[in-house]
Design a binder for this molecule. Sequence first.
Ligand code: UN1
Length: 517
Amino acid sequence: MAASRNEAAVDALSRLGIATENSGACLGPANWRAGGATIASINPADERPLAKVRLADAADLDAVLASAAAAAHAWREVPAPKRGEAVRRLADLLREHKDALGTLVALENGKIKAEGDGEVQEMIDIADLAVGQSRMLYGKSIPSERPQHRMSEQWHPLGVVAVITAFNFPVAVWAWNAMLAAVCGNAVVWKPSPKTPLTAIAVQHLANRVVREMQLPNVFALAICEAGETQALAADPRVALVSFTGSSAVGREIAGRVAGRFGKTLLECAGNNALVVAADADINLVVPAVLFGAVGTAGQRCTTTRRLIIHRSRQTEVLTALKSAYAQVSIGDPTDPATLMGPLIDAAAVANYTHAIAEALAAGGEIVCGGRVLPGPGFWVEPTIIAGVDNAAAFVQRETFAPILYVIPFDTLEQAIALNNGVRQGLSSSIFTRDVRVAEAFVAATGSDCGIANVNLGTSGAEIGGAFGGEKETGGGREAGSDAWQAYMRRQTNTVNWGDTLPLAQGIDFGAPGRAG
Ligand code: UN1
């Protein structure tokens, strides 16, 4: 199942400035460094190295943070709409490099080219939103209870924002954070996954171009490092906000470290997303939604559909349709336009896949389709549907980053909602129904407990305009649109007394010892 490394791929690497060996730390244009170990970026489709990267060590990280702190001081004095112009320029460069960067995402992550391009589009979309937002960092005006007083609030930059991203959205999640953080007046330090370092280096080259051309402070920095340095990054008081995307276990550790110094966190951890098929669901919507949600990105999205909660009366019909849809999924070279599913990221991901399936079978689960590891080189598995499992089983309760869909039947809407909510994670959810009462019940306060609850569309593939994130062990953070920009700023309440007396709030009379005359 080896994928060919075609000329277009080699061309994409060179168009993005990727060398055979690259430094993993960058303070700004012409300021790359790295004193740590050397790693290889492996193409998960053929297990061949794409290029090498020297990691940042503790000294590199320290230099990056010192530089970012200085840049943040200068950047906060630049008017926000001017900061927006830098993001607009970066969006221009992303448009220009969309094809190459989308290809590099496909090569390094293994997601298909259409999804790699989609990810770059997501970067462009959030950049456009951030440019507009740079003119709308609104504070409120609040009526004061005291005469001749004016109360208002304004939003100030935080300082340095660290963005820790996962391999599965190697560039878009940085963009959600970085574009907003930058217009909000912060310097951004990016710690990408060492599984996908080249896409980060490519984006850093583009950011460097913007900084150089526009002669900006070095507000975009990069530190590709190992776990020890990542924990040091979280513990460093120079970092005002740590935005973390990844597993709940690591998120919990990072959050603890940041909380220990009263820093801020923005967490986007595990999802365990269910798609509910109500008795009256339109199968023509359900099948493509499950296919994209459960098979797309080889099941490696935070928003991947992991549980199919299905009305018992529709089970046979829907599973039969899904079985034939799954049979048509072409697995192979992610850069081939005919491919629908690429490889998993690495051997550990394949091991997690096999382990979860073995557990499900041992617990009496039955494979509807898929279930096998495919021959390498490359990390190939079949998209899998497993029925006859219990929602409370350990393997259903945890997020396995692989294309495995568990089928769980229900009889009443109350049961379906309880099953949807009956996991520790709370990212995304959806229901398929034509009944407005069922739809509204699902999105009501008594319905889905997730950060995202959809009706008649799948659990994955959210637009950037909405706030993205979830509850419980997903971590509670919100990124991208709506008012998510506020996470990258500190709120200041200002009360101004423009009178000649000093009335106290709550009508307190505190005597008048200092009263003149
Ligand atoms: C993620 O998997 O970390 O909603 C993010 C979606 C994408 C983002 C996923 N827009 O599936």
